[in-house]
Design a protein around this ligand. Structure first.
Ligand SMILES: Nc1ncnc2c1ncn2[C@@H]1O[C@H](COP(=O)(O)OP(=O)(O)OP(=O)(O)O)[C@@H](O)[C@H]1O
Ligand SMILES: O=c1ccn([C@@H]2O[C@H](COP(=O)(O)O)[C@@H](O)[C@H]2O)c(=O)[nH]1
Length: 256
């Protein structure tokens, strides 16, 4: 493990038996109770916890559409970028400066940090005992937005946190995404909504995130949604796709 990852893992207590030593919501996790000599499996049970990954290029409209889908389907929306920005700004965080640098450079933060933030947020949400569709009997449903950005994150999350059900892939042209990001940059205050960072984010997207989408495409889990139209039109398409995923009508790759 490279030194920085080691340091991160140590501070996150990842060297000490990982999830099997942590408090878990009793009925959403795998069945093991002992902390030793057990085969590692996902922390959360796929049969109770539904995870839809939400991918697409920078500025494709992932966050916008997630906010709409939350209202339609009672999802818990977890944006990996938002969790990282919150950690960056948390007083006393060991990783604040490191996260700031990675985000400004459009690079993917070492996966241990992001996966841990997501796991903690999922656990907190499940322990909150939300009400609404899909939250009865210890169940839960999550839109994990802007994640996984890189193959190592995809494998780690599916194997150790929760097997994802499908990927919502919002696609549009780089030209349209750039236009949206630079417009957003006028008011967002985000340190990466400027021309230089946007260029770097697109490079990372092509080199590291597109292979993740290709990987899930090969495993038949990608629902591609054309995100070029207006927010309302894309929302309409996304709602139909998610409804079909929940009804079992969509179980393999689709394009809308
Ligand atoms: N269909 C759309 N048409 C026009 N503008 C849009 C559309 N969808 C989103 N936008 C706008 O584009 C900008 C980027 O959208 P959003 O933040 O949802 O993208 P994102 O994919 O989550 O971006 P990032 O990956 O950078 O976080 C926002 O200002 C949003 O209002
Ligand atoms: O899994 C992730 C997700 C995000 N990042 C970093 O955050 C920024 C911003 O992400 P948005 O989804 O656009 O809000 C991204 O460019 C990465 O630097 C990450 O490292 N890992």
């Amino acid at each position: 493990m490279p030194a920085i990852i080691d340091k991160i893992a140590e501070a996150l207590h990842l060297h000490k038996g990982h999830k099997h030593e942590e408090t878990k919501p009793a009925d959403t996790t795998s069945t093991e109770t002992s902390t030793v000599d057990k085969p590692k499996g996902p922390v959360f049970d796929f049969n109770k916890v539904t995870v839809l990954f939400v991918l697409g290029g920078p500025g494709a409209g992932k966050g916008t559409q997630c906010a709409n889908l939350v209202k339609d389907f009672d999802f818990c929306h977890l944006s990996a970028g938002d969790l990282l920005r919150a950690e960056q700004n948390r007083p006393g965080s060991t990783y604040g400066e490191m996260i700031r640098t990675y985000i400004k450079e459009g690079q993917v933060v070492p996966m241990e940090v992001t996966v841990k933030l997501l796991e903690d947020a999922m656990r907190a949400s499940l322990n909150e005992k939300k009400t609404g569709q899909g939250w009865e009997d210890g169940k839960g449903r999550f839109l994990v937005d802007g994640f996984p950005r890189k193959m190592d994150q995809a494998i780690k999350f599916d194997e150790e946190i929760c097997q994802s059900k499908m990927v919502l892939f919002f696609s549009t042209t780089e030209e349209e995404m750039t236009k949206r990001l630079l417009e957003r940059g006028k008011t967002s205050g985000r340190e990466d909504d400027n021309e230089e960072s946007v260029r770097k984010r697109f490079r990372t997207y092509k080199e590291q995130t597109m292979p993740v989408i290709e990987y899930y495409n090969k495993t038949g889990k990608v629902a591609e949604i054309d995100a070029s139209a207006s927010i309302d039109e894309v929302h309409e398409k996304a709602t139909q796709v998610v409804a079909k995923i929940f009804s079992g009508e969509v179980t393999h790759n689709t394009t809308t």
